[in-house]
Design a protein around this ligand. Structure first.
Ligand code: BJW
Length: 222
């Protein structure tokens, strides 16, 4: 069966990584909408680097959980396109190959001057230089608000060609990902949501399974 899966911060919550919009999802009183923008980076690059340096360390320390591993298992039995909004690498470390990171990766650095990408050092600083062009224009390889998410053509195609679309652990607040179920449903794809609670776009799904991902995802896969 052709399946497209979208994951969000909720799938990594039980690995100890904070979600964005829970009551404890604030970072030092900054809303994600205030630090994850180009304007915020231009205003205070050290602050934004600090935010991603902390996230990089936490992601490296975290371990994949049963939900990440279950999706790797799902790919062994089906034609799976795994799309994640998460910038951690827990899907890869849980056994999944070819993960589409639509919002980038915290382990990657990007030169805003020449577009070169390389493995980010654990701690990035505003004065770091690009190893390719030497510009002092390095930034986390992350898709911020107002920027175009990565691999969109491949994602729309996978959503249109799937028989089943599942969204796991995402609140349905951030577009374009929040519109994937509506888009897939237009192509006759069955849409299912797995989340701790109903998401903001819950009505776009024909089925929902509520509960912690480490329990619901392995049960759904098996
Ligand atoms: C569990 C659980 C457990 C907990 N088990 N579940 C007005 C209307 C419409 C759109 C816009 C608008 N104004 C602006 C926009 C566009 C904007 C947008 O959507 N803004 C909204 C705030 C309204 N979007 C953009 O700018 C995007 N670009 C764009 O649109 O380009 C133009 C375009 C047009 C057409 C096609 C294509 C493109 C870019 C968005 C970039 C988002 N970046 C961030 C930060 C960077 C990455 C990072 O730092 O990690 O990405 S924001 C942040 O939110 C992060 C996440 O990936 C993203 C989604 O969050 P997610 O994963 O859903 O987490 P939470 O915390 O919200 O939810 C967790 C869920 O898990 C909850 O439901 C819990 O219940 C659940 N949960 N524990 C299961 N154990």
């Amino acid at each position: 069966m052709r399946i497209a899966v979208l994951t969000g911060a909720g799938i990594s919550a039980e690995s100890g990584l904070a979600t964005f919009r829970a009551s404890d999802g604030l970072w030092e009183n900054h809303r994600i909408e205030d630090v994850a923008t180009v304007e915020a980076f231009e205003r205070d690059p050290a602050l934004v680097h600090d935010f991603y340096n902390m996230r990089r360390i936490k992601a490296a320390e975290a371990q994949p959980n049963a939900a990440h591993r279950a999706l790797a298992e799902l790919a062994r039995a089906h034609d799976l396109t795994l799309i994640t909004q998460n910038v951690d690498d827990l899907h890869e470390r849980g056994g999944s190959a070819d993960v589409i990171h639509m919002h980038g990766a915290v382990a990657s650095a990007l030169c805003a001057a020449c577009g070169h990408r390389w493995q980010a050092p654990m701690v990035m600083r505003p004065e770091d230089r690009c190893p390719e062009c030497n510009a002092q224009a390095t930034r986390p390889d992350i898709v911020w608000f107002g920027e175009m998410p990565y691999h969109m053509e491949r994602i729309w195609q996978a959503l249109e060609e799937a028989e089943l679309f599942a969204a796991i652990g995402t609140s349905g607040n951030v577009y374009p990902a929040a519109g994937f179920a509506q888009h897939a449903a237009r192509f006759g794809v069955e849409c299912i949501e797995l989340n701790l609670e109903e998401s903001a776009n819950s009505r776009d799904f024909s089925q929902r399974i509520l509960g912690p991902a480490s329990r619901t995802v392995p049960e759904w896969v098996n």
